[in-house]
Design a protein around this ligand. Structure first.
Ligand code: AQP
Length: 327
């Protein structure tokens, strides 16, 4: 059985980009693979966080994992900081990662914005991500398009370590869905939808209520004209909304174009709002039930125990190979 690993940062409100690009695929994979899904709170502190809010957001992401359909009996769900092996392996991998490799990471360039006073953690974050993945001898990593470059580094580091110290890590493959792999911002379709964007109209959050969704879709940037046509170059705003529509309805772009021929943006946006609210409504009621059940911490504790056992096995081999084993 294939091993799957992926994670989400508790850095803000989880949006439909995180859902359509990554989390929804987690649910599908859990029936065919041995899955490990993590809330990567150590990654979150690469930028300043209020500890109370971080804890609250970590539990929120975990609850959302279960609310979208990740089953704690089928998948191992846990919080990264509960398994110390992640930070330990990250250090060892940092020592075989080149400065130039990390300097080329586009996400670091975007997030640091060329400033000097960003944390070293933000720079080395892709190495921690490699440790997360390699610890579990992962075959497949379901991620959105934006994580492709980081995943390539994980593959390079696995191969480099194996070459220097002997076969130790499985070399992971990305799993990037065809539709929804890069959901763009509603207020600026040139940028990706993002938790940390200042303007909340950038995104639809999984916990947005129906009225908020309606307002955000109504305000979403479209393009001049009124034709619902999939043309990412000429009509990036409407193309992005069509991708979201297609991810939710399963219809192709041609089917959507046919359905809205001569009907204009208003009709299309109204139906998209309904599709979104139907999907989010189900997630939100399960979220509510899970919160009331008080079971999330118990699921996370059980998940951490399972993750710890697997991670320790890999870490022990790594220590032996690197000359860190004495007793
Ligand atoms: N816009 C997106 N479209 C499709 N997939 C996306 N992902 C993120 N944004 C989009 C995927 O969601 C998973 C979890 O993301 P993350 O928490 O690791 O952080 P990120 O990639 O940096 O996402 P954000 O939302 O932009 O968060 P912030 O603002 O905190 O950096 C990943 O698989 C990612 O590919």
């Amino acid at each position: 059985m294939n091993r799957v690993f992926s994670g989400v940062q508790p850095t803000g409100d989880i949006h439909i980009g995180n859902y359509l690009g990554a989390i929804r695929n987690f649910v599908k994979l859990q029936d065919e693979a041995d899955c490990f899904f993590c809330v990567v709170d150590l990654h979150a502190v690469t930028v300043p966080q209020d500890p109370k809010i971080l804890r609250q957001k970590t539990l929120e992401v975990a609850t959302l994992y279960f609310a979208v359909g990740i089953d704690p009996q089928k998948s191992t769900v846990f919080v990264q900081s509960a398994v110390p092996a992640h930070a330990e392996l990250a250090w060892m991998l940092q020592c075989i990662t080149y400065f130039g490799e990390l300097g080329r990471m586009t996400q670091f360039k975007d997030k640091s914005g060329g400033k000097e006073n960003v944390s070293v953690g933000l720079f080395t974050y892709p190495t921690l991500m490699a440790a997360d993945i390699l610890l579990y001898q992962t075959d497949v990593v379901p991620v959105g398009q934006d994580q492709k470059q980081h995943l390539e580094l994980s593959r390079d580091l696995a191969q480099r370590f194996n070459q220097r110290y002997g076969e130790t890590f499985r070399v992971p493959e990305p799993f990037i869905g065809e539709i929804g792999a890069k959901v763009m911002a509603l207020d600026d379709p040139a940028k990706k939808m993002s938790k940390s964007a200042g303007n909340p109209n950038n995104r639809i959050d999984l916990l947005d209520d129906a009225r908020t969704v309606q307002k955000k879709i109504a305000r979403a940037v479209t393009d001049s004209g009124s034709e619902v046509r999939y043309a990412p170059e000429d009509k990036p705003g409407i193309a992005n909304l069509m991708s979201i529509y297609s991810s939710l309805s399963g219809e192709t772009m041609v089917q959507i174009e046919e359905r809205y021929q001569g009907k204009g943006y208003g009709n299309f946006k109204g139906d998209l709002t309904e599709l979104l609210n139907a999907e989010l409504g189900g997630i939100q009621s399960r979220y509510q039930e899970l919160q009331e059940s008080g079971k999330v911490l118990q699921f996370l504790e059980e998940g951490a125990a399972r993750a710890l056992a697997v991670a320790e096995r890999t870490l022990n081999v790594v220590k032996e190979r690197m000359g860190f084993k004495y007793f």
